[in-house]
Design a protein around this ligand. Structure first.
Ligand SMILES: Nc1ncnc2c1ncn2[C@@H]1O[C@H](COP(=O)(O)OP(=O)(O)O)[C@@H](O)[C@H]1O
Ligand SMILES: CC(=O)N[C@@H](CCC(=O)OP(=O)(O)O)C(=O)O
Length: 310
């Protein structure tokens, strides 16, 4: 946010602008999804960790859910395995699941380490810890030409999130850093899209905001221009006319589910912008796309409907 080239008065103005946000967001929970596509650069990752440490130190309660899609794909390539996706979900056989666990665990510890080195207090966990992300096998509803639901292996959908372990960590001022792995009733391990974990978690924790950090300036219109603000009902049209596609669909589905469930707003922001989080949370401008309620018709009744609509 502040650059060393700024004079003292500009720096003071920036701090003064941040103050009301720091006051009103004190003790509030922010679920931040850190997408694999936003963490390609080491300096950016370190900057993200510093921003998280700063938010924690001023009394806010960030909770991080990270992805790792490109990193998982990279590891599989090195193992000589080609990645396959169905409707945005990775087809996950036993070998792929192993790679998902390895790659996401590595990212998890890297983020935890960077936050801790920046003066924050972070703890890494997967949905297996305390069984807090309870999942079941996801079967994709049949589309045109298909008669049966589609089985894509060990991919999970969330049955329930038990927020107890997160509440406990937050009560002791730790920042939870969560990898997108869920557990079934018999201990089966599931690979879950990280956007879906973040959206459900934001609902369970009654978060102030859900912030989705990715590799685009926000939600773009057909001409490629940033849409600064969207209401729930406006999103329907963007899905119907194909403006939103691919990785943006689970993101928007999660954002809408969260906002409909009472999270005050969701934001899609560009994680490649230095200090993107601070700009979004502590300045009047904000960046990216804000998604907010409108009292209009609801998009997506549940994640099943999202999968069915693809
Ligand atoms: N209307 C849209 N606006 C912005 N991005 C879009 C849109 N429709 C599709 N996308 C795609 O969604 C991608 C972000 O999702 P994804 O690749 O899954 O990122 P992440 O790893 O951060 O979850 C963008 O890079 C872009 O290719
Ligand atoms: C089921 C499924 O597709 N899971 C994702 C989990 C990681 C993820 O969501 O990473 P990003 O947020 O970086 O895309 C995967 O295997 O790629």
């Amino acid at each position: 946010m502040a650059s060393s080239s700024l004079d003292a008065s500009s720096k003071a103005n920036i701090l003064a602008e941040a103050l009301p946000y720091i006051q009103s967001f004190h003790s509030r929970t922010f679920v931040i999804k850190y997408g694999g596509n936003a963490m390609t650069d080491e300096a950016l990752k370190a900057g993200f960790a510093r921003d998280i440490a700063l938010l924690q130190l001023v009394g806010m309660r960030p909770v991080i859910v990270h992805g790792g899609g490109p990193q998982i794909t990279g590891l599989l390539e090195r193992m000589g395995v080609k990645s396959e996706f169905r409707r945005g979900m990775r087809v996950t056989d036993a070998q792929t699941l192993e790679a998902v666990e390895m790659a996401t665990a590595k990212i998890n510890q890297e983020i935890v380490g960077l936050i801790n080195r920046s003066g924050g207090k972070a703890v890494g966990l997967s949905g297996q810890d305390g069984r807090f992300i309870q999942a079941r096998k996801l079967l994709l509803p049949p589309e045109a030409g298909e008669t049966e639901p589609v089985d894509i292996g060990a991919v999970g959908e969330i049955e329930r999130i038990d927020p107890e372990v997160i509440n406990l960590l937050q009560s002791r001022s730790f920042v939870p850093v969560i990898m997108p792995i869920g557990v079934g009733t018999d201990g089966e391990v599931y690979n879950i899209n990280a956007d879906l974990v973040a959206g459900t978690l934001a609902r369970s924790l009654d978060a102030e905001k859900l912030i989705l950090m990715t590799n685009t300036p926000g939600v773009l219109n057909k001409a490629g221009k940033l849409i600064p603000s969207l209401t729930l009902s406006e999103v329907d049209g963007l899905v119907a006319d194909g403006t939103l596609s691919g990785g943006m669909l689970p993101k928007i589905g999660s954002a809408l589910d969260a906002v409909r469930a009472g999270v005050k707003s969701a934001h899609v922001i560009d994680g490649r912008v230095p200090n993107a989080l601070l700009l979004e949370l502590l300045t009047s401008e904000g960046i990216g796309t804000l998604i907010r309620p409108d009292g209009g018709p609801h998009f997506l009744t549940d994640s099943q409907r999202y999968f069915g609509d693809l």
